[in-house]
Design a protein around this ligand. Sequence first.
Ligand SMILES: *Cc1c(COP(=O)(O)O)cnc(C)c1O
Length: 369
Amino acid sequence: MADRHDTIPFLDLTGVNGALRDEYDLAWKAVLGHGRFIGGPEVERFEEEFAEYCGASTCVGVGNGTDALELILAGLGIGPGDEVIVPGNTFIATAEAVVAVGARPRFVDVLPDTLLLDPTAVEAAVNAATAAVMAVHLYGQMADVAALGSITDRLGLALIEDAAQAHGARFDGRRAGSVGVAAGFSFYPGKNLGALGDGGAITTSDPDLATRIRRTADHGRSASSRYHHDLRGRNSRLDTLQAALLSAKLSSLDVANAARRRAMSTYRSLLPLECRPVDVHPSAEAVHHLAVVQVPDRAVATSALDAAGVGWGVHYPVPCHHQPAFTEYSAELPVVEDVSEKIVSLPMSSTLTDPQVERVCDSLRGLHW
Ligand SMILES: *Cc1c(COP(=O)(O)O)cnc(C)c1O
């Protein structure tokens, strides 16, 4: 039994993975037994299972989530001279992928309630150079893909999903990874579906795009011959061991996401009024990768959390368009700039218990904001 005064970790990776120890043991022993460490039956199996889970026809395992986004952009022929619309509130990798293919990220503002891409701002940012829109499903909630999809369809732009934080999330009943022309997923250990190391995947229902991406990510190998390269490729593959571990974890992803939803609803009912959780759109079913709340004074909140032994984070303290690495893509994004000062991420894991959530909420009550 946990002591009342134990600290509450921001993310309980030991607990989450400890629960799967027996399945993991079987998985790594099977890989060690057959001796194929790149490709092989475990990768194929995971790709099939994950495509089916997402409601897409194909999944291609790759090295990490950033590569997944970059390979999608390259696979669509997006490059120098093109602009890609990206929300200012996202992890830097979304924009890195755009820059990596030689295109320009065009940062736009987010909605004040969900903190996700604002469709009106997207439409206003479209110009002759715009090639694609990156719908980032941040914090575990899908962006408004109904509104975004109607804009991209009408204007002939590609809708790409950055689903790195949204394994299993839905919008209008459709899963992340099944809505855009393609979606990039990350299996970084802290994600809802996390490996024990780096990993990523692309889901798409466009078979030609899938083939192009698969070959590019495997040195541009020709379909028929291992040492003939008719595409200029690179190396970005999901390795066999990670694929085996991910298959073991995927079977309990829905249960884990339900536990996150339960913890989030406990937060919603117990948090003091000054701490406002990010809203969920009525058409969205979120998987709460992060429990983000807006507070009147972040320093007050974080010192109270520290004093109570509660882990916390900020996602993200410096918006992409203010990062020193991206000064040439600066923009004015009032909502992103305002909320980046007020957001704090509270503990969230599939192992988080109601008594732990109560303790977090208690630590935030009665503060002098
Ligand atoms: C984690 C993350 C990525 C990048 O994934 P990696 O596997 O770490 O490369 C991209 N976009 C978002 C929104 C993420 O959270």
